[in-house]
Design a protein around this ligand. Structure first.
Ligand SMILES: *Cc1c(COP(=O)(O)O)cnc(C)c1O
Length: 397
């Protein structure tokens, strides 16, 4: 490994965010300084130039998920897209139908949006998941009633990388005239996405999880039949008033390029990441006892490995490994480290949840970095276990 790489910790947290691809940065640069116009300025060249770039990007985003450009609404990311999808659709349709269904392992922006809607009088069902991280379609079927407006189930879970059977969920929804929304923030670029094949009516995506810039994402809204939204913001009518506000042209351009690259590179990348990920797991298992994979291994994106290491506290392990950038399955607030609700939902004990590590490999992860990480993990896990044994022997004396 080059010294330059080693001078910084090995980055294995690609579920939190990703390095922006240099090709994306290059595409964005002119729109900061030279072609800096407001894409909504209709009266001069600068505005037209920026607007053309934004519309090209909209087409690239649409193509990457099998949508058409007029079905794409730019947002600041998946958090905003998810809020608009859930709150906007429910508030528009609630006089007709006022029940939504989601899942306990969704991202906090979905769960909190659902709680907000519940406090406004919408009935919300939260589906449980199995130890594999997936919902049971029979439970979904049982939850759907004549009053059900929308189901929201994420495509890929952000901690354990598991992939829900979205096409089947969508089929069931459509049989009952229910809309399907999916948070595909962790799915874009990790697997092929096609809104039609997936039977999805609303989809949220974001740039920074897939080698694009932070601060730009999109909401897909099907036009057949058109999904109506009560906007969350008042403003100048941009994005057909569904998300008003000046579009950040450089970010839209970057997000468009990101989506274009994702669609081209998804297969080759998946193959490379799966191989590195599987070898990493094999190496850990060959050298350590008590390594558990959290969530099913079969329905999982290639770059994700979420493991619990018996008897090893994740916070201590990460403290011993400043040369690795990984995260724990625990969602840590500054004051208290509380075990992840996702790991709790798949049935982990608190002990195992507090021993969990989320390893996220990505486009820029090198094989030698994974090898280095494997060796360091084995070394420090053995160390922690040895020290614990010494401590418990001393305590027994
Ligand atoms: C990161 C993430 C989000 C939030 O996306 P932002 O673009 O950062 O707002 C939502 N859902 C999932 C599954 C995510 O991983």
């Amino acid at each position: 490994m080059s010294d330059k790489k080693l001078s910084r910790p090995v980055y294995l947290d690609n579920h939190a965010t990703t390095q922006t691809d240099p090709r994306v940065v290059e595409a964005m640069l002119p729109y900061f300084n030279k072609s800096f116009g407001n894409p909504h300025s209709g009266s001069h060249y600068y505005g037209w130039e920026a607007a053309d770039a934004v519309e090209l990007a909209r087409g690239q985003v649409a193509d990457s998920i099998g949508a058409s450009p007029e079905e794409i609404y730019f947002t600041s990311g998946a958090t905003e897209a998810n809020n608009i999808a859930l709150k906007g659709a429910t508030r528009f349709y609630r006089e007709k139908k006022n029940h939504i269904v989601t899942c306990v392992t969704e991202h906090p922006c979905i769960l909190d949006s659902a709680h907000d809607l519940a406090s406004e009088g919408t009935r919300v069902t939260f589906l449980e998941v199995g130890s594999d991280g997936l919902i049971d379609l029979d439970n979904l079927k049982d939850a759907i009633t004549d009053d059900t407006l929308l189901v929201s189930v994420m495509t890929v879970q952000n901690e354990i990388g598991t992939v829900q059977p979205i096409a089947e969920i969508g089929e069931l929804c459509h049989q009952h005239e229910v809309l399907l929304h999916t948070d595909a923030a962790q799915a874009l670029g990790k697997m092929s996405l096609d809104v039609k094949a997936m039977n999805v009516d609303l989809m949220s995506i974001t740039g920074h999880k897939v080698y694009g810039p932070m601060g730009c994402g999109a909401l897909y809204l099907t036009k057949k039949p058109r999904v109506k939204i009560k906007p969350l913001f008042s403003g100048g009518g941009q994005e057909k008033s569904i998300r008003p506000g000046t579009l950040p042209a450089p970010l839209c351009v970057g997000f468009g390029k990101t989506c274009e690259l994702a669609a081209i590179e998804v297969e080759g990348e998946a193959k490379r990441l799966r191989q590195m990920r599987d070898e990493l797991l094999t190496t850990l298992n060959n050298n350590l006892f008590g390594v558990h994979v959290n969530g099913g291994m079969k329905q999982r994106i290639p770059g994700n490995l979420n493991i619990s290491v018996e008897g090893v506290d994740a916070e201590s392990l990460m403290a011993a490994l400043p040369d690795l950038a990984v995260s724990s399955g625990s969602a840590c607030t500054s004051a208290s480290a509380k075990a992840s609700y996702v790991l709790d939902a798949i049935g982990l004990t608190t002990d195992l949840a507090e021993s969990s590590l989320r390893i996220g490999l990505g486009r820029f992860t090198l094989q030698e970095e994974v090898n280095y990480a494997a060796n360091r993990l084995i070394e420090e896990i053995r160390n922690i276990r040895k020290n614990r044994q010494v401590l418990s022997v001393n305590a027994a004396e």
